[in-house]
Design a protein around this ligand. Structure first.
Ligand SMILES: [Zn+2]
Length: 307
């Protein structure tokens, strides 16, 4: 009800966005003038030089034909529910005409969940890789192309888990795993892995490397690196429960981003804060047309967040 009260009108949504984009007040990008004329349709004109912009220009809301009110409701659906929202759920609740629109919106929002220049993990960090798309019992019967390799880094926070980073990589070789470690973890940190040789080179990259060797049955893996295994099982449960497992490999990266966003804010008491953070980040990223969103398949290394 509070949400409905805050964002009852298009103007209220625009004002909110305006405050996020220009927290210190409007500054004209051309002449640095601080005065702004607002038109009814959300345009902003600088009276000094005539420069025209809008609150949505350059954000994921740019060129949208739908009201901001509807976008804000979608963001609220995504952030207010602990497990997030599926495209079908968003389409239904918002009464959107097409599933495609709901799907595109969610993907645009997922792109906004990763803050550019975010800091890397530090301290003691467990790192391990797992699969998506392979049934536990049918692993041997499947081709590797059917499985996605996901690498997980999880900070050790006492007995618990601190922040996490996830990425899809082409395989579990050092060539794939090392760039992830470099991207995800601050040098000087302790990298805690099992004995897999894909991690053997991290000591040479400026990390302290702690290896826990697996002895005996595979089951023990969860005990040696309990945090990453907990994260992998939560991720799988979330993909199956919220998205019915209907996640293709080329879009898996975006789901990993959403899962990371949620997980790293799981202790945040206020759902409103999550909403604020997501709208704020959505107001910062550049707009991506639908065609590009569908066609683009991200690489696996540091480039993946840099489109
Ligand atoms: Zn100006």
């Amino acid at each position: 009800m509070e949400f409905e009260k805050w964002f009852a009108t298009e103007q209220a949504c625009r004002d909110y966005l305006f405050g996020l984009r220009w927290p210190g007040g409007f500054a004209c990008p051309r002449c640095s003038g601080t005065k702004a004329w607002h038109t009814k349709r959300g345009l902003i004109t600088c009276p000094a030089c005539g420069y025209q912009t809008s609150v949505t220009a350059g954000t994921i809301f740019q060129d949208t034909h739908k009201p901001l009110c509807l976008w804000f409701r979608a963001i609220w659906l995504v952030t207010s529910q602990k497990t997030g929202a599926s495209a079908l759920g968003v389409q239904r609740v918002l009464g959107l005409g097409s599933y495609e629109t709901a799907w595109t919106w969610l993907h645009k929002l997922r792109r906004a969940m990763i803050r550019p220049g975010r800091e890397r993990l530090s301290g003691r960090v467990e790192v391990d890789d797992g699969y998506w798309g392979a049934e536990e019992e049918g692993v041997r019967g499947r081709q590797l192309e059917d499985k996605a390799v996901i690498v997980v880094a999880a900070e050790e926070n006492g007995a618990g888990i601190g922040r996490i980073r996830l990425a899809r990589v082409p395989d579990a070789s050092a060539r794939s795993l090392e760039p992830f470690v470099l991207m995800a973890v601050e040098p000087g940190s302790v990298i805690h892995t099992d004995g897999w040789n894909g991690y053997a080179g991290v000591a040479a990259k400026g990390y302290a490397h702690e290896i826990s060797l697996l002895r005996g049955r595979k089951k023990l893996a969860a005990k040696l690196l309990p945090r990453v295994h907990k994260v992998i099982s939560l991720l799988k449960r979330w993909l199956v429960a919220t998205h019915q497992g209907a996640v293709s490999h080329e879009h898996l990266d975006y789901y990993l981003d959403e899962f990371t966003f949620r997980f790293n804010r799981r202790t945040s008491r206020s759902r409103g804060k999550l909403f604020y953070r997501l709208v704020q980040q959505a107001a910062q990223v550049e707009a991506v047309p639908y065609q590009q969103l569908v066609k683009h398949v991200r690489g696996c290394t540091g480039e993946r967040h840099n489109l």
